[in-house]
Ligand binder design. Sequence first.
Ligand code: ADP
Length: 490
Amino acid sequence: MYIVHVASECAPVAKVGGLADVIFGLSWEHSIRGNDVEIIIPKYDCMRYDQIWGLTLSFNDLWVPWFGGAIHCSVWFGFVHGRKCFFIEPHSNDNYFNRNTFYGCNDDVMRYAFFCKAALEFLQKSGKQPDIIHCHDWQTGLLPVMLAEIYQHHGMWRQRVCYTIHNFKHQGIFGHDILAATGLGRPDYYFSPTQLRDDCNASVLNCMKGGIVYSNFVTTVSPKHAWEARYTGQGHGLGGTLHTHQGKFGGVLNGVDYNTWNPEIDSYLVARYGIDNIDEKYKNKDALRDRFWLYKSNKPIISYIGRLDEQKGLGLICHAAHYALSRGAQFVLLGSPSNNATFNQFAHLRNQLGQSVDCHIELGFNEELSHLIYSGSDMVVVPSAFEPCGLTQLIALRYGTVPIVRSVGGLADTVFDKDYAHIDMSARNGFTFNDLNNSGLESAMNRAIGLYYDYPEEFRRLMINGMHADYSWNHPGTHYMNIYDLIRHK
Ligand code: ADP
């Protein structure tokens, strides 16, 4: 099968969060099964060019219709750790992808609407005829709309679209200007409630809703979150639309790329290890302490690795740091703040706790460092308000690092409480809590730290259970192939 992923991120070249890992992992899973898989992303100025091999100009004369005129684009090709990747570079004064940032610009919706149009234009002009176009998140929600309304009538009638929603919180809200820019036009038509009109605000349109309405199949990244999106507020206003389209909507749990995230072969580690030589893990713990000048003692290290966004339970992350120290544990944080206020909040935490020999707060994005923290920590904490899937806990499990998570979304589908899960002991792999407040978090952290100190053998059993679990792309890869097959033959 010929599959093209169109997305705004791809690890490790353009990575903000889990979306990048999914593009990287799922595309590989499908290509090793013999499918022809390609990836299209924007050519950002702030990408990691050192992670692209053989970058060459692939298509120079792409003119993308835009606002009645056209923007000249170059399309580049390169390999990202073996994945075939195309990078779209527009040449215009708008400098859509030369902003030294991936997201956070006032014209984000315009930037990605352009990207969708350019991706379709590229597929059409280069004569590519993929069986499946797999789109991701709001940034590519307009692609299936333009495919059906415009490009279908220019030879692209065979393509089927699978649309995966990694985060319902960001939906891409827009108005007449983008209809004019993309050539979709016809505001009366698109402002219909069955089309792209936002379900909460009748004066705007919604990219993600467009993706849901126009795609052949829609997924989100865990079964639990698929349920939450429909039946609780976690669809952020799209629950009704999901009901309407329930026949083509489901949850597929993300996987982890075990070629990248595997302590047996991870070249970023000081010492590699697996279930059979798990004690080697502690050399990484020492290295982590050396790196952050943490005191060497018998204390456990509890970490947080991730974006620092409201979604992640910011107040609880701060509380986890304080509570860990008060319970005789060490705490390490690697986090990328999503705005200035959050940066200030965590800079303050760093001032409060940074002098402690038991705590380190690192603000920023650092892929290499994250590997050392996953391997050197005893536990990770993920106290999210909502979590569509969550990769942090899945990676941690592979590294024998016990997750302490709020039981929501994909976290609930993958972490099973040591004491209270309704599941066989051999499958229990961490600690969970329900209530989004300090005492909820403390109830789980307290039990985790207690087990670490008082019943080390039991703690180790939990580590090994986690390392045994298979959260590779194998199962989700099959699941997505079944979806592709289904929509191809409809
Ligand atoms: P989300 O997609 O909401 O950001 P996930 O848990 O699904 O959360 O995926 C997060 C991914 O991004 C993981 O691979 C995690 O290790 C990585 N990550 C997040 N923040 C950072 C950071 N500051 N430095 C390094 N890696 C990070």
